[in-house]
Design a protein around this ligand. Structure first.
Ligand code: C2E
Ligand code: SIN
Ligand code: SIN
Ligand code: FE
Ligand code: FE
Length: 554
């Protein structure tokens, strides 16, 4: 409370002057009209001196208070930050951290962490050799930005991203290190999943190649089985094909069994797991099958194989069953929804292969089913991306739909082109995978360096997608969506109609959607503000024709 009272130096001096004046007026000398000049001068001098002293004291106090305020605010900032911030000496023995930093490593707070670290050094949570490398890099370049493996109090580890820089004293000698660490577990997991998805996409492509380049059913099915075993981690798999005449399921291909008894399998619909999967058109899952002499087993001799997990998936083509895919594992697997989904997709591929080879009909339908399998994978991919970029939930789906509406409104009729626009829009965010979370989710404006990183995202998209053959034509949007009509955009500074039409359409839709959403760096705009912005940018950022059509429709 006391600290909040403000002393106004001017007022104090005025008050003092008043007191002095009153005392001098009431002095007996004055009354008699014989003012003594020395007394007067002395009084004025004392007055000036006193005023000066008071003024100085008060000014000093307020300066000190400001410094204290600043320190207090600064400390609160560190205490409340969600980012782990640290300062350390070069030898790592003398470290200061904020609470978030200590919590990241599983400690109660800075005191607990520091009491340990200031004894044993930073090897408490980072490998000493690794730290040496970091310090070497800091000494050489003045900063470090690396991914490291950190150890928590309970011994578990997590991947963290370290940004650190070296602070030098006035003479230029290294003094201490400061920086922050970000827990990137979630990002790593998404990346891992993404790698998985890319791998699966590649598998689909290989199966696709096998189907279109071979009429030998068994050869194609063997390719399918090979990928099923490696991608799904199962020990054995087989494909039973429904003979249309006898209506029995016969073994057409198998892999991974200890014996070849499975080759003799011949089941009626409804008989065994496989027959049930076919007659009921549903996937069947069974565990602990090795311990039962189960009458439902596809083949009685499977007992010798010691399988513990079984899946039977009907092969469906235009709603007709044409076979069953069976997979077996000798150990329990972690079969989550993702796993089962890929199993179903591969069963879809096997169904196409069977259809192609044995029935020789409707190749076109088969192709569209094949493409459908790709698109399912792309959609799963886009969903994985939204996890990375929390702010843009459903953004991909929305801009994709709007892109198709606008593409049709602007006269794109070719089905192939629309499909490519669909995939491109869905994947336009893919390049964000390469941008660190600290930049992507930064609550304020970007620095020049951060902006340089951010501007790479269309390039990352290009690098990621261009090796995938069937996505080549879908690249226009991910690669060119930040080009501007007047040539001032990135990645290549294309101008006017040099920019692919779908990318020009997409730019309007993406910005519209971005402006209407809250971003980490600003709140959402109103529709009227966004509309005004598009109008203003027609001919600068955007193709004016696209803006015109857009404003009529949205
Ligand atoms: P985003 O947030 O999805 O925005 C996409 C595009 O919409 C932007 O491309 C820009 O053309 C437009 N846009 C979005 N918000 C605004 C806005 O407040 N004002 C104006 N005039 N236009 C806006 P741009 O500029 O190339 O940025 C690409 C991405 O870079 C953004 O995607 C966002 O992820 C990031 N970014 C841009 N500026 C900042 C920033 O100040 N802070 C942070 N943390 N990120 C930023
Ligand atoms: C330090 O090296 O002083 C801290 C290193 C880190 O937190 O990664
Ligand atoms: C991206 O979409 O590629 C990043 C942010 C944006 O421009 O929407
Ligand atoms: Fe972008
Ligand atoms: Fe976007």
């Amino acid at each position: 409370m006391k600290q909040n009272i403000r002393y106004n130096p001017i007022k104090l001096i005025q008050a003092l002057a008043l007191v002095l004046l009153l005392t001098s007026c009431s002095s007996p000398n004055l009354e008699k009209g014989r003012a003594d000049p020395t007394v007067l001068v002395a009084l004025v001098l004392i007055f000036v001196l006193l005023a000066l002293v008071i003024y100085l004291v008060i000014t000093l106090r307020s300066i000190r208070k400001k410094a204290l305020d600043f320190e207090e605010r600064y400390r609160r900032l560190l205490d409340d930050a969600t980012l782990g911030i640290f300062q350390a000496t070069l030898d790592g023995k003398n470290v200061m951290v904020n609470p978030a930093h200590a919590h990241m490593f599983g400690y109660e707070g800075p005191e607990e962490l520091l009491s340990l670290i200031n004894n044993v050094g930073t090897q408490l949570y980072v490998h000493p050799e690794r730290r040496q490398e970091i310090v070497a890099c800091l000494l050489e370049t003045g900063k470090a930005a690396t991914e490291n493996l950190y150890r928590r109090k309970d011994g578990s580890t997590f991947p963290g991203y370290l940004h650190a820089w070296l602070v030098r004293d006035k003479a230029g000698n290294p003094q201490y290190i400061e920086g922050f660490v970000e827990d990137i577990t979630e990002r790593k997991q998404t990346e891992e999943r993404l790698k998985h998805q890319v791998q699966r996409l590649e598998v689909l492509r290989q199966v696709d190649n096998a189907i279109t380049s071979s009429t030998d059913l068994e050869a194609v099915l063997r390719v399918v089985l090979k990928h099923i075993r490696s991608q799904l981690g199962v020990d054995a798999a087989d494909i039973l094909v429904l003979d249309p005449k006898s209506q029995r399921l016969e073994c057409a291909a198998y892999a991974g069994f200890k014996t070849n008894k499975i080759a003799a399998t011949s089941l009626r619909l409804g008989e065994g797991y496989a027959g049930t999967a076919a007659s009921e058109r549903r996937m069947i899952r069974a565990s602990k099958i090795g311990t039962q002499t189960d009458h439902l087993l596809a083949s009685p001799m499977l007992g010798e194989e010691e399988f513990v997990l079984y899946y039977g998936v009907p092969l469906l083509m235009k709603n007709q069953v044409n076979g069953v895919l069976e997979v077996f594992s000798r150990t329990m697997l972690n079969t989550d929804a993702d796993w089962e989904n890929f199993l179903q997709i591969l069963a879809g591929q096997a169904a196409i292969a069977v259809e192609n080879a044995s029935l020789y009909e409707n190749l076109k339908a088969a192709n569209s089913k094949l493409l459908f399998a790709y698109d399912e994978t792309i959609e799963a991919w886009a969903r994985a991306l939204e996890i990375h970029d929390k702010e843009t939930k459903d953004h991909s789906q929305r801009v994709t739909e709007n892109t198709l509406v606008m593409a049709i409104a602007l006269g794109i009729k070719d089905g192939e082109e629309l499909v490519q626009a669909y995939r491109g829009a869905l994947l336009h965010d893919i390049g964000k995978m390469g941008i660190p979370d600290t930049i992507l989710n930064k609550p304020g404006p970007l620095t020049k360096e951060e902006w340089e990183v951010m501007k790479q995202h269309p390039n990352y998209a290009y690098e990621l997608l261009s090796p995938i053959e069937f996505l080549q034509k879908a690249l226009d949007i991910p690669y060119c969506h930040h080009e501007k009509w007047d040539g001032t955009g990135y990645q290549r500074g294309l101008k006017g109609e040099e920019i692919p039409l779908t990318a020009r359409i997409f730019a309007v839709i993406d910005v519209w959607d971005a402006l209407l959403a809250d971003r980490p760096y600003r709140p959402a705009w109103t529709e009227e503000q966004a509309r005004q912005y598009l109008r203003e940018q027609a001919g600068k950022h955007f193709d004016p024709r696209v803006v015109e059509v857009f404003l009529q429709r949205f």
